[in-house]
Write a protein that binds this ligand. Structure first.
Ligand code: XMP
Length: 318
């Protein structure tokens, strides 16, 4: 029968054989998929793997540093951490269209990645954490019904860089990737990490992305994350996060009137992100989130909870 340990064993042997004396570069995003790919390749080919982490300034609070620290502590691998926040934010200035944001972020990522990869002349392969649903969705996205949301989990880099692709997770669903991560002895905080989109917080700030709005969203999102974890709901749901709306409303605080931003909480159940339903998070937990956000995050005076399913809505708001 097919088991995770035999999958890992077979796949590691195949990777070792395929790569031979060449070198591999991988883009580390902080998520479970790319981290599993990095750990597998590290086990298969050791120092012939180079991991590039591009900090685009659109990450959640503490994300990135956590994963980089884990890899540095546990594995002796080549980790290149590139701080590129300013470049991304400069290019996003004034942009409000969701697809335009995705294109700019995708292009800028490739630019930064290419510069770094060019410093590694022996690299022949690009390893990616593409999953089975990514393959399916990107195929269906090419149909005449046009692009729903451009997908940058798939394609892009290799064409431009003339690198051959290695996609060890291409036949797996998310739950299977998590089983592989368990098999590899990875810690819970990586295994259970919710999916996070490549364009990051840029598509969770409706309207223009600015450093100030990123700060508001990071602090709001941190409260949603920590209350999901504290209540035991984090693992029960597919994804939970906050969205910052381009909308101010009136509130009252003490004896003063406020006129501040609205934040939305989005929590969904799903198996593969192709369909999703809003999670029935108990109202007491939502109440704690809402109170904390309004009291602790300067710039937010109203919180709403998203009760739409996919379809017809999507998981992300952009
Ligand atoms: P939607 O919003 O399309 O999201 O229902 C489905 C899943 O995909 C993630 N997502 C993205 N991931 N780049 C990514 O890497 C993107 O542009 C992107 N847009 C959405 C989303 O978080 C959800 O898990």
């Amino acid at each position: 029968g097919w088991t995770m340990s035999s999958f890992v064993e077979t796949e590691l042997a195949a990777l070792t054989a395929k790569v031979g004396e060449d070198e591999v570069v991988c883009a580390l995003s902080g998520g479970v998929d790319s981290t599993v790919v990095a750990v597998m390749l590290h086990k298969a080919i050791g120092k012939k793997l180079h991991c590039i982490f591009v900090d685009n300034g659109l990450l959640r609070l503490g994300e990135g540093e956590e994963v980089a620290a884990y890899l540095r502590e546990h594995f002796d691998l080549n980790l290149h951490y590139i701080q590129a926040s300013k470049l991304f934010l400069d290019k996003l200035a004034g942009v409000t269209d969701p697809e335009e944001k995705r294109k700019i972020i995708g292009r800028t990522f490739i630019e930064v990645f290419e510069v770094e990869a060019a410093k590694l002349p022996k690299v022949k392969y690009l390893a990616q954490g593409t999953l089975y649903p990514d393959v399916i969705e990107s195929v269906s996205f090419k149909g005449p019904s046009a692009v729903i949301k451009s997908h940058h989990n798939v394609g892009g880099l290799p064409d431009i860089m003339k690198l051959e692709l290695i996609e060890p997770l291409r036949e797996l669903f998310k739950d299977e990737v998590r089983k592989v991560a368990v098999e590899l002895g990875m810690p819970d905080f990586i295994i259970w990490r919710h999916p996070f989109p490549g364009p990051g917080l840029a598509i969770r700030i409706i309207g223009e992305v600015t450093e100030e709005r990123l700060e508001i969203l990071r602090r709001t999102d941190k409260i949603v994350q920590s209350e999901l974890i504290a209540s035991g709901w984090y693992r029960k749901v597919w994804q939970g996060f906050a969205v910052l709306l381009p909308l101010k409303t009136v509130g009252v605080m003490g004896d003063g009137r406020t006129y501040e931003n609205v934040a939305a909480i989005r929590v969904v159940d799903s198996l593969d992100a192709m369909t999703a339903d809003w999670s029935r998070v108990p109202s007491e937990i939502l109440a704690v989130m809402s109170n904390r956000i309004i009291n602790e995050v300067k710039g937010v005076n109203r919180v709403v909870f998203d009760i739409s399913s996919k379809p017809p809505a999507t998981i992300e708001w952009e």
